[in-house]
Design a protein around this ligand. Structure first.
Ligand SMILES: NC(=O)c1ccc[n+]([C@@H]2O[C@H](COP(=O)([O-])OP(=O)(O)OC[C@H]3O[C@@H](n4cnc5c(N)ncnc54)[C@H](OP(=O)(O)O)[C@@H]3O)[C@@H](O)[C@H]2O)c1
Length: 284
């Protein structure tokens, strides 16, 4: 099995690099080896490596930066995906692409299913949706996995930011009116490997997230609790009072029933958060 991984230094990329079976041939790329926003780069790498599978975890992931740099966000999240999808079709590779809960507007109170209509509120969500649509409208042989609120002991993420601020005993203001499902990056990596190995689910769109529906504020409190840190450092605020004004969905839990019918379980929140914090504490 030959696998091309993009975004190999991101948190999901790092998680995947740790669990690839040793008999697979892996080309793990970062932005220097393969900048997905450069068409020629994408075609050269895919043409010379000829992967069976391409896993695209590369993305412009900063929701706030995307509002200020719409062009870069579009270049990576739409054009990058388009180049990969076209090259995958040309060279006969199957594509596994990662997308986001932020394609939804959050104006519902029940977990979003794959058949629900996306209605992004911000640039990040719109550009990620444009990437998805290119894949589906062009019938690319692919799995699109929408996930949410990724955290882990790797890279940059909410859990690590809160952990570091609490260690420094800083006061933190966290929004309590945005609800979603934190997803442990290594669990997404395990799911991707299982999908490739088992080869039993049909190509298409799938939702995968954590098994806990929680606000950012309560997520931060859980982190403090597991670290044994002072929870009173964390103050609940409303999104309208948050220093970053980018609009985000107030509710973006994803229903994972479709994958669960194939026997794939949701990411276990308690395991993920405990494991991440243990790892971070042991790094010190
Ligand atoms: N993080 C979340 O909460 C979340 C939630 C839902 C869905 N997702 C999706 O899940 C996927 C993985 O997310 P993640 O948390 O692992 O993100 P991440 O840690 O930000 O990793 C993304 C990687 O993509 C790289 N990248 C950016 N532009 C690139 C380009 N032009 N060419 C090649 N690589 C490029 C980044 O490199 P630099 O750091 O050097 O720019 C980074 O290493 C993404 O598709 C994201 O949209 C993320």
């Amino acid at each position: 099995m030959k696998v091309l991984l993009t975004g190999g230094k991101g948190q999901l990329g790092q998680s995947l690099n740790r669990v690839f079976p040793s008999d697979w041939v892996i080309l793990s790329t970062d932005k220097v080896i393969l900048d997905i926003s450069i068409k020629r780069h994408v075609y050269e790498v895919i043409c010379s490596f000829k992967p069976d599978i391409i896993i695209n975890t590369a993305a412009f992931t900063s929701v706030d930066a995307a509002e200020k740099d719409i062009e870069s966000s579009k270049l990576v999240n739409y054009f990058g995906v388009k180049y990969i999808a076209c090259a995958a079709q040309k060279y006969g590779s199957k594509l596994i692409h990662i997308s986001t809960d932020y394609v939804f507007d959050g104006k519902t109170k029940s977990a979003y299913k794959e058949i629900d209509k996306p209605q992004p509120l911000n640039i990040y969500g719109s550009t990620k949706l444009a990437g998805e649509l290119f894949i589906t409208e062009n019938n690319v042989n692919s799995y699109i996995i929408r996930t949410s609120w990724i955290y882990s002991e790797y890279g940059k993420n909410f859990l690590k930011s809160i952990y570091n601020l609490l260690l420094k005993k800083k006061n933190i203001h966290i929004v309590g009116d945005q609800i979603g499902c934190p997803t442990y990056a290594p669990h997404i990596a395990d799911l991707i490997i299982a999908i490739i190995k088992n080869n039993t689910i049909s190509p298409g769109l799938y939702h995968f997230c954590g098994d806990k529906v929680i606000s950012w504020y309560d997520f931060a409190c859980e982190i403090a609790h597991l670290m044994g840190a002072d929870k009173s450092l964390i103050m609940k605020i409303d999104s309208k009072d948050y220093k970053f004004s980018t609009i985000r969905p107030s509710f973006s839990a994803l229903s994972c029933n479709k994958l669960e019918r194939y026997g794939y379980k949701r990411s276990n929140f308690l395991y993920g958060i405990t494991h991440s914090i243990d790892k971070l504490m042991n790094f010190k």
